[in-house]
Design a protein around this ligand. Sequence first.
Ligand SMILES: [Zn+2]
Length: 485
Amino acid sequence: MTKTTKPKAIATSQIISSRNTAVSTQRQPMQRAIRAVYDSRNASDKPVDVSKLLDGLNQPAFAQLRRQVATAHIKGIALFKCGQCCEPVFLTAGEGARGDGSTGFFRHHVGDKACSWRTGETLRSEGSVQFGGNQEGERHRQLKQLLENSLRSDPGFSDIVVEQRVPTESGETYRQPDLMARHGNQLVAFEVQLARPSLRTVVEREAFYASRGIHLIWVTSSNDVFNLGAQAFRDLYFAEGGRIFAVDEASAQRSMEMGKLHLQELTIEPQVQPPYATFNVWKAETVGRNIIFMPKTERHWAGRAKYGQRLQEQISSFDPALVHRLRHAAAKGFADSASSKDWNKLSEMLGGVDFTTAMADGVDAILLLLLRIEILAHCQPDQVRDLKEKAHRQIMAILRTSSGRHWLALIELVAGIVPRLALFGSAEVSTAITALKQDDRQLVNLHLRHRRMLSALCPWLAFDLLAAAPKRKTVQRLALRSNDS
Ligand SMILES: [Zn+2]
């Protein structure tokens, strides 16, 4: 069972004291050197305002966009170009930043031509710290040894090699994984990561091993959870559904006892703990090969699903039928006056926004849309067209309301999760979206304000709306699963 410990220190901002989220309490918009960029994903040839592009992105979405930019870059494609000089730019988080889009900004590549928007650009790195030269940290050596011992205790692995060069197909260059082994027909490379790798290093290595058909596993330390708050690590674990492997004495011990490889898996989980607003914690669990070898895409989606499920389980432990009742009420447009009481009960539990404010922001219409999109995502193929058209009509109705443009980021986020929604399959919807993007008025990003209640009522959105690097160093250990392989 989960061991729950009360957090030792909690920021006052996390304590649910005020639920009043008037627009004036919003963070000041960040001043960015590059204020507008050309977005190659857009049909429009006008530069878009960077604050509109980034401010609404939570940590997982920001990490995903960074990855898309970096992955395209190594293929020679510029997803974004400076709105002033038209040179390719990349997305950075800045050092010690919040890690979501609100503190993210674009930067020029070093050595590009002069641009007036270079002025004021920070030159600090984003915390990508490498071990100097050949001086590997002692801790790194220890972890590598523990991992090697774990592999050697498992007769399923053969050809275990330490720091052996793997040439590229052309033979011009090579990579040198910390450890490599053969498991059946599959070659597996392990990279022990304690320093903060640059995103470019990460995507280049991933592309390299993928091109050679080698399964790459990033492994870190389970004792240095504070380090995991750095953007460099967020780039790694948000791509895998908020999960990262670690090796330690306990996992090595387990491997030897069982004669099978085991690692720790650190997973971000939501923590519902009134009177605190729902926050994130790391959970550690010893896992076997069934998890270690899970394909990355599957691991990503399973991690996201588990995040939503854990949120549901915890809410249920306080009130088993509350979410069910509220979803039912949402489907009826909250016509029943009793729903406000249920709403406020749940919002107080999570540190969410009260019923009156939520309705004033148009959350009722958004929830109706989200419930319909859930059905679209799971319906039979012959129903897709009809349900999609209904969803598009609803989106148009929302976008026409006074709060509609503040929901655009959520609608785009949902379209990324449910490809069947195909926003750009409708000329009317895509025209409306393009027009709203050119709208100069400031955005409120209502999905951030209402993220806790939307996550509770639509758990498939919870990871995208709520998951963030846990602020505390605490790792809660789970009991070993009895079914580990
Ligand atoms: Zn420029």
